[in-house]
Design a protein around this ligand. Structure first.
Ligand SMILES: [Fe+2]
Length: 140
């Protein structure tokens, strides 16, 4: 797998709203750091470092979702409910996964955790945030 392509920011990810894109870029960079960590040699502290970084990423997701939800409410976004519901589901999945990693009970390999986070994230951009971006740009 080519990590440079896999976790590199692409212009097609842009949703056309600067503050959303900036947060997306930040999250993408953190997931790329996670991949880097994942590829380091196995040491006693590796699992712990990985778990710590996943916690940081989870916090970023949470903050980002809150910011998006505030934006949506402020602009009376018509798909607020479904978008918020998806955020809540995603966050719950991430938190469950994080807990398992911390407890050493994660059945997935660390690499698969990275792949999952990335998939959720990109899916979220295409499935939800692009539509929100279009709406916000039209309502400006
Ligand atoms: Fe987003």
């Amino acid at each position: 797998m080519d990590s440079n392509n896999f976790l590199q920011w692409r212009s097609e990810y842009s949703v056309g709203i600067q503050e959303i894109d900036a947060q997306h870029q930040e999250i993408m960079a953190l997931i790329a750091d996670l991949l880097k960590l994942c590829r380091e040699d196995d040491t006693d502290g590796k699992q712990q470092s990985f778990a710590n970084l996943v916690v940081v990423i989870t916090e970023h997701f949470q903050k980002h979702f809150e910011d998006e939800e505030n934006l949506m409410r402020g602009k009376n976004y018509p798909h607020y409910e479904s978008h918020k519901k998806r955020h809540d589901q995603l966050l719950e999945n991430i938190k469950k996964m994080t807990e398992k990693i911390i407890n050493g009970q994660q059945p997935m390999s660390l690499l698969n955790v990275v792949i999952f986070l990335r998939e959720w994230f990109v899916e979220n951009i295409y499935g939800l945030d692009k539509d929100l971006g279009d709406y916000l740009n039209k309502s400006r």
